[in-house]
Write a protein that binds this ligand. Structure first.
Ligand SMILES: Nc1ncnc2c1ncn2[C@@H]1O[C@H](COP(=O)(O)OP(=O)(O)OP(=O)(O)O)[C@@H](O)[C@H]1O
Ligand SMILES: [Mg+2]
Length: 257
């Protein structure tokens, strides 16, 4: 079991042109814990998550993974592509869209990165891919192409693909939002099992049940700011901030939570 990373975000600002998308964000994502990011659409959740692996370039402040600055060598001086790729090797990401190769089997989708990025032999990558697929409950679907898998199964292949690289940190951006409601549970269960293994996870989600039952801390964002960071029970059941109360009221009107 690989060690779990911690993430320190300090005074991070991000602009899209004149638009201030992230405003002085301070946040610690502790190792081996699950941090859920919630908040209204457009509040900056995806942007913040993408700053953690520098898929989105923040303009000022610092993001550190295990103490090491990502994206910059020093303030204002970009890190080389090679160094950035090296740092990203310990970070897995799962998106709303599964991004699987349509012409490859589940097994080949998982093995591809191990062969190309890790330089593993085909047989070693195959063994590792089989293990990862078994872990997400797809031992019997390894030969299927994505077109012969349900959405929930495809997303589990995407999770297996990330996990097979043995990341120390997993980022999830609304991993169940593209799924039919009846398929959401199987993906959340796989994530819950990963959390149980002590993986550091940052999860942007609209699934308040997952945040309530699996998260160690919940971060509420609105208009580019972190409005609250607390335990799930305090944020979801005893929110101090009126903006959080208002968000949850609307959510409860639409969902059985
Ligand atoms: N590439 C971009 N160019 C310009 N504006 C952007 C870009 N990406 C995001 N934004 C803006 O930044 C804000 C935050 O976007 P972000 O995608 O982080 O929100 P979010 O909280 O993830 O929302 P959702 O719940 O809808 O996914 C939004 O107002 C969005 O329109
Ligand atoms: Mg988003």
């Amino acid at each position: 079991m690989p060690a779990a990373s911690s993430v320190e975000i300090r005074k991070v600002n991000k602009y899209f042109g004149p638009f201030h998308a992230l405003k002085n964000i301070d946040l610690t994502i502790p190792p081996g814990k699950v941090t859920c990011l919630i908040g209204p659409s457009g509040s900056g959740k995806s942007t913040l998550l993408r700053c953690i692996n520098f898929l989105e370039e923040y303009d000022s402040g610092e993001v550190r993974i295990d103490g090491q600055l990502i994206g910059y060598e020093a303030p204002g001086r970009k890190m080389s592509g090679r160094k950035l790729r090296e740092m990203r090797r310990s970070i897995g990401m799962v998106f709303q869209q599964f991004n699987l190769w349509p012409h490859m089997s589940a097994m080949e989708n998982v093995a591809e990165g191990l062969i190309r990025v890790r330089g593993m032999s085909k047989s070693e990558a195959g063994r590792r891919a089989a293990e990862a697929l078994a872990k997400v409950g797809l031992a019997d679907k390894m030969a299927n192409h994505p077109s012969r898998l349900s959405g929930g199964q495809q997303q589990r292949v995407a999770i297996a693909r990330a996990v097979a690289m043995e990341p120390k940190l997993m980022l999830f951006d609304e991993p169940t939002s593209a799924l039919d409601p009846e398929l959401v549970g199987e993906v959340l269960n796989v994530m819950k099992a990963l959390a149980g293994e002590g993986m550091t996870m940052a999860v942007v989600t609209h699934e308040m049940g997952f945040a309530a039952h699996v998260a160690d801390q919940v971060v509420f964002m609105e208009e580019g700011e972190v409005v609250g960071v607390d335990s799930p029970s305090r944020i979801l059941h005893h929110p101090q901030d009126a903006r959080i109360r208002s968000f949850l009221r609307t959510y409860r009107e639409r969902n059985s939570f």
